[in-house]
Design a binder for this molecule. Structure first.
Ligand SMILES: NC(=O)c1ccc[n+]([C@@H]2O[C@H](COP(=O)([O-])OP(=O)(O)OC[C@H]3O[C@@H](n4cnc5c(N)ncnc54)[C@H](OP(=O)(O)O)[C@@H]3O)[C@@H](O)[C@H]2O)c1
Length: 334
């Protein structure tokens, strides 16, 4: 089958530009046993991939040299299958090359339900994807958020945080988010529905949180650790809960004020999303319904056409987009 693919053509010197890539015609063969020929529908781009261009690999994948075709997670359509779990026409998510079609291992694909709209397809790379599933596991399952809770979310405008804020609102809680710029603060209150939002550069975390939450907080969703976790432990009400999702702000150590857990009978619980695959069906159903009802939304910017992948990637790296950058591709079926 004739396909179009995006290759790295030159190693970036300072910043990555669209000129570092080219779009070429190529040929793919048929799938072998256990493999699936898939057509690309929506490609999600990640800034982290830039670190691998022309260099060594990172935890997220191998180095990418001149002539290589990078890979990203995507929504794909099954065109031909030699894996008994997949049939032609089904949709799935998985990691695939930047190409209009490709042969991939069936074991690397996860089927998704037929979407109500293109928007729902894109959501599988955002709020119905990995970051959404992480936030759902942490906020709904571990945190047990409810309408009576005042919830504080750190890293609130980030990938996981923006979903955590929306899920807590969808469950009826009062939500306070903290982020690192005035622009993100506006996004939190004006777009994501947070009741209050803090710019963490405006002062000491504990002072800002006390001011934003005079009634105290009942649940803290922690993406960052460090100063934010200590502030939350000071402001949590008796019997409060802290969900430990991530600790990007610290490399070691823990909160100095953890004794608050004794005096205020706090519960702190961490989680690893990959241990909660059993929640996947409930997650897709509940968040899919919230999306349909307009209670939550997928934050993304879309570019149409495989030939726009280089431009989309440059825009992402230049910070000129909101939410995840996604490239839409017309289904190629023969
Ligand atoms: N437990 C799990 O299974 C699981 C699964 C996936 C991800 N995670 C974790 O979840 C967290 C969020 O992931 P993500 O993909 O949403 O990342 P992300 O989009 O990069 O969001 C993280 C946010 O943290 C904030 N931040 C960065 N450095 C900070 C610092 N020094 N102090 C305070 N805030 C800081 C930044 O927001 P501002 O500058 O706007 O504050 C950033 O947007 C990460 O810690 C990740 O490791 C955990």
């Amino acid at each position: 089958m004739r396909v179009q693919e995006v290759q790295l053509t030159t190693v970036p010197e300072e910043s990555v530009t669209e000129q570092n890539f080219g779009v070429f015609d190529a040929e793919v063969g048929g799938p072998d046993k256990g493999q699936v020929l898939v057509g690309l529908r929506r490609l999600g781009l990640n800034a982290g991939l830039a670190h691998r261009l022309g260099g060594g690999g990172t935890a997220y994948g191998p180095g990418i040299g001149v002539g290589d075709v990078p890979e990203s997670d995507a929504v794909v359509e099954v065109l031909r299958s030699e894996d008994k779990n997949f049939e032609t026409g089904e949709l799935a998510v998985g990691k695939v090359p930047w190409s209009t079609a490709a042969v991939v291992e069936g074991s690397g694909l996860r089927k998704i339900r037929p979407p109500a709209s293109d928007d729902e397809l894109d959501a599988h790379l955002t709020i119905l994807g990995h970051v959404g599933f992480t936030a759902y596991t942490g906020m709904i399952h571990v945190g047990g958020v409810g309408p009576e809770d005042v919830v504080y979310v750190s890293g609130a405008a980030g990938g996981v945080g923006s979903c955590a804020v929306q899920f807590a609102k969808a469950r009826g809680a009062t939500v306070i988010g903290v982020a690192g710029s005035d622009e993100k603060v506006s996004l939190l209150t004006d777009v994501l529905g947070a009741d209050r939002a803090i710019n963490r550069h405006d002062g000491p975390a504990v002072d800002l949180l006390r001011e934003a939450a005079p009634e105290g907080i009942d649940l803290y969703y922690d993406n960052v650790g460090g100063e934010q976790l200590e502030a939350a432990l000071d402001v949590l009400n008796t019997g409060g809960r802290a969900v430990i999702c991530g600790a990007v702000s610290q490399s070691s150590g823990g909160p100095d004020n953890y004794r608050n857990m004794i005096y205020k009978e706090l519960t702190m619980r961490g989680f690893t999303v990959t241990a909660h695959e059993d929640l996947r069906e409930q997650f897709e159903s509940e968040v899919g319904d919230w999306l349909g009802e307009g209670k939550v939304q997928s934050l993304h910017s879309v570019f149409e056409g495989i030939d726009r992948v280089p431009e989309a990637f440059e825009t992402l790296l230049a910070g000129g987009s909101t939410g995840r950058v996604i490239v839409g591709v017309e289904p190629q079926r023969g």
